[in-house]
Design a protein around this ligand. Structure first.
Ligand code: GLC
Length: 737
């Protein structure tokens, strides 16, 4: 074959290949659309009164967005679709403001190694689209959904950052602020100038008659900082609906053009590499006179339509619903197992109940709340958190609390008094948010560390107080990591960052106390993270240990069976988790006193936090092999040896892969006995080295200086648990499972 003919034939083949790739794309699109077409059309036509033209625009827009999606992202979708990748214990989120963390998107990209070091593989970047300074509500008033705020970078920077994140297996979450636009959005500008089509995208009224009919039924979102739900727009000479701040104009989703364009805006973000879309303030997106304008049935049709649209264009994408409501109103946003709406929802009630438990030191409400969560289908995944960029509202189960004589208003006041440090003896340092004196309904702000009392302890220079407040902070994080679902840390909490009071001097922020916990990330403090003698290091290193344990053990998978353990104490929360033959017992002492708890198990447990590093390592590396058939005979033999150092060494050398965990726990039992003996004869350090125990174990050295005397194997019977401390006990498991 001549060179020329060869080249031509190569070209033809590659053209065919290109064509077939394009055909494949087209086929996949059609298949995905066909699979949901009937339901999509039905929902759409019901909402929009059979507006076929609008529907066909919608499906064409989906086709366009699908075509614009890059090959790399299509591939990413194929890997992720339906895989439930976020449900294992490996997923750990972190939420941060780009400017507070690293100035710009490029800055975040340069600091990805820190994100990785934290063990984070899900990065929530707080709102970063164009938003007018001084009227931005922390970026939640978007003036252009297609542009990044120029102070933070560009859409190109966003795509570059998400690409780098994906290379490191980090998923990216972004807010989709869908309920409203900034009053400086192009649509709002046109509406202000009198354009009727643009006005029809919002809720405009000629006078106050209709708004006055709405108003009595709609509770204020920001009762003190932005009372009322309507604003007079003098340029238009009309009244406009503004349920949040007056500069956040509510969009009218009864108008199909709004839904079509906003869905496109969402998909455009996905096409820039966003994997998790946070549907901001989603319960508010449909308004109906005579109601509270929240959770209307149409909201669920819209969310289901968004789910279907994402399923066609970018099926690897998750929808995270921001539904900060009482539990009964949150659950419906999961949809049903067959017809899901949101893939993930904030576990807001557990979050608020956790702080209630910190203040009351009584775990009964938390037990009750968790039992409800444990009764839900496993398909429903919660995003768990200790705090977010927003305030903590006291949406607790007051009917349950009533049996203990707690009355709502008085109880909220107690919680706020305790967590702001006004309550005698409380070390917490929070600030009130939207203190609605009329309803007695203030909410609360503060970083986890400051709410735990670390700030006060450091200010007072009280070492003992610092010790137990740090322990409490760690215990809360351990509790967070014990829950099923996706835990999300707020940037800075991993080093125990305290409140930032500088917002008090900023005229644009001083009225919004949420800025107290959105402060600049203190890199100078983060520099101490490897030093276990500092607060930063003690928290950071312990969290890393907890995170790596969680990532390795199947018991932390979202599919685990979970139950509440009756600890016999109202101060100690007990949680059991069981999955793939592995059982974890977790105990959390919220009380101010040490407690002895009766542990009724049918065998010894390994105390994961006290276990020498070598043993822990072996357990974690062995854990990934738990389902493998057949145990490694060599290690089983090693486990049976009488020589403690030999056991630990054998276990630690990696021969453990494939061995049953039960054998390792047995090995640990023997090794620990040897260690304790050696410690008693004063040879602790030597023994530690010889059995490969890290003497720099931050948790052990900081909270229990004499780790050598501690026993990492816990046997059935009474076990001691210090105040504000926790235990993670891995039960000898059934090797047949
Ligand atoms: C959500 C955000 C909050 C914002 C509000 C209005 O609740 O979390 O920060 O103020 O929406 O967009």
């Amino acid at each position: 074959m001549s060179r020329k003919t060869k080249n031509t034939s190569e070209k033809n083949t590659s053209a065919r290949r290109r064509e077939s790739a394009a055909e494949r794309r087209e086929r996949i699109f059609r298949e995905r659309l066909a699979a949901c077409y009937d339901e999509m059309k039905w929902l759409y036509c019901e909402l929009y009164h059979n507006d076929e033209q609008a529907f066909s625009y919608f499906t064409e827009m989906l086709r366009r967005m699908y075509a614009e999606r890059s090959a790399a992202l299509h591939k990413w979708d194929e890997q992720r679709e339906g895989s439930g990748w976020y449900k294992s214990g490996r997923t750990l989120g972190m939420c941060l403001y780009v400017d507070s963390f690293a100035g710009t998107l490029e800055g975040v990209r340069e600091h990805l190694s820190y994100i990785e070091e934290c063990g984070v593989n899900y990065l929530h970047l707080m709102p970063l689209l164009k938003s007018p300074e001084g009227k931005s509500d922390g970026g939640y008033a978007v003036s252009d959904f297609t542009e990044v705020d120029p102070r933070l970078g560009s859409m190109k920077d966003l795509a570059r950052l998400t690409r780098d994140c994906h290379k490191k297996d980090i998923a990216v979450c972004l807010d989709f602020v869908m309920n409203h636009t900034s009053d400086e959005h192009e649509w709002a500008k046109k509406a202000r100038a009198g354009d009727p089509d643009a006005q029809a995208r919002y809720f405009f009224f000629d006078g106050w008659d209709v708004p006055n009919q709405f108003e009595p039924y709609i509770p204020d979102v920001f009762p003190t900082t932005a009372p009322g739900n309507f604003t007079w727009c003098s340029e238009a000479g009309k009244v406009v609906m503004t349920m949040f701040y007056p500069y956040q104009w509510d969009l009218n989703y009864a108008n199909p053009t709004v839904f079509n364009d906003m869905t496109e805006a969402m998909l455009n973000l996905c096409n820039h590499g966003v994997d998790i879309v946070r549907l901001d303030a989603v319960p508010y997106i449909w308004k109906r006179r005579g109601t509270d304008c929240r959770n209307q049935p149409e909201v669920h049709s819209l969310v289901r339509l968004l789910r279907l649209a994402a399923g066609v264009v970018c099926p690897g994408t998750l929808l995270l619903g921001e539904v900060v409501m009482e539990p009964g109103k949150v659950m419906p946003y999961f949809g049903t197992v067959e017809k899901p709406e949101c893939d993930m929802l904030y576990n807001v009630t557990t979050m608020a109940t956790t702080w209630h438990t910190v203040a009351t030191k009584d775990v009964r409400l938390l037990e009750h709340q968790l039992s409800i969560v444990y009764g839900l289908p496993r398909e429903f995944t919660f995003l768990n958190y200790l705090r977010s960029h927003d305030d903590i509202g006291w949406g607790l189960d007051y009917d349950f609390l009533a049996q203990f004589g707690a009355e709502q208003t008085a109880h909220k006041k107690f919680l706020n008094d305790f967590l702001t440090g006004r309550w005698p003896g409380s070390p917490s340092r929070g600030e009130l948010y939207n203190d609605d004196q009329l309803r007695g309904d203030a909410r609360l702000c503060g970083t986890t560390a400051s709410l735990c009392g670390i700030e006060a302890a450091e200010y007072e220079g009280d070492k003992e107080k610092l010790d137990w407040t740090v322990r409490r902070d760690i215990m809360l994080h351990a509790f967070l990591l014990t829950q099923s679902g996706v835990p999300v840390l707020y940037s800075g909490d991993e080093i125990g960052q305290t409140n930032d009071y500088t917002y008090h001097d900023d005229p644009l922020r001083r009225d919004d106390s949420r800025y107290i916990h959105r402060g600049r990330f203190r890199w100078e403090d983060a520099a101490l993270r490897s030093d276990p003698s500092t607060r930063e290091g003690r928290i950071f290193l312990t969290l890393r240990k907890l995170i790596s344990i969680r990532a390795a053990l199947p018991a932390f998978d979202s599919a685990a069976d979970c139950w509440i353990i009756n600890t016999g104490s109202d101060h100690v929360l007990g949680i059991g988790r069981y999955h793939r033959g592995q059982k974890l017992l977790a105990l959390f002492n919220f009380g101010d006193d040490d407690q002895d708890i009766r542990l009724d198990t049918d065998g010894p447990c390994l105390d994961l936090m006290q276990a020498p590093a070598a043993i822990l390592e072996a357990v974690l590396s062995g854990a990934s092999e738990i389902t493998a058939t057949g145990a490694a005979a060599g290690v089983a033999e090693a486990a049976a040896t009488d020589d403690a150092a030999g056991v630990a060494e054998a276990v630690a050398t990696g021969a453990a892969a494939g061995v049953s965990l039960a054998a390792i726990i047995d090995a640990a039992t023997d090794a620990a006995a040897g260690v304790a003996e050696a410690a008693a004869t004063g040879a602790a350090a030597g023994t530690a080295t010889s059995v490969g125990i890290s003497t720099a174990d931050p948790y052990g050295t900081m909270t229990d200086p004499d780790i050598m005397e501690s026993d990492c194997v816990v046997r059935p019977g009474w076990i001691h648990i210090r105040c504000h401390d926790f235990r993670w006990l891995l039960h000898k498991y059934d090797s047949e499972a």
